[in-house]
Write a protein of this length. Structure first.
Length: 144
């Protein structure tokens, strides 16, 4: 998951960029003045929810499930994604994961959540709740 956040926030060069405000009047390429864009954060939320895109459409516009394994860290630091000079605690502790099994058109969702009082992990599957010794049953992998 960290590699995915790195890719999402990576600096990208904008080739052929023309400023909307100046209507291209000053669209002159000056040495060392290439345009770049990058996602950075000024503030971080108290609770961080990450939703991974798990479905895409192929060339025939058919839905396809992205079925890759994702490594989910127990502790995630978002500090390197903050705007320079911003001082914020960007550390998050994982408290739950929702997993989908099945295909694009059908499937089943389960959740694995950490109890904040006893620190144990529990699996939630419809009306069944079980204590988990292995954190994730599906395609997610857990790292400490």
């Amino acid at each position: 998951m960290v590699a995915m956040i790195d890719a999402f926030t990576a600096r990208e060069q904008l080739d052929g960029y023309s400023c909307e405000n100046c209507k291209g009047k000053f669209n002159v390429k000056i040495a060392n003045s290439d345009c770049y864009k990058q996602v950075q954060f000024v503030r971080l939320p108290n609770i961080l929810v990450v939703h991974l895109k798990r479905f895409e459409y192929d060339i025939e516009e058919k839905g396809v499930k992205i079925d890759n394994n994702v490594t989910v860290p127990q502790l995630l630091s978002m500090e390197k994604y903050l705007v320079r000079g911003v001082k914020e605690d960007g550390n998050y502790q994982l408290c739950g994961v929702v997993e989908h099994t099945g295909e694009l058109d059908y499937g089943h969702y389960t959740a694995t959540c950490r109890n904040p009082i006893n620190g144990k992990w529990y699996g939630f599957n419809d009306s069944t709740v079980t204590e988990n010794t292995s954190l994730f049953s599906g395609r997610a992998e857990f790292t400490s």
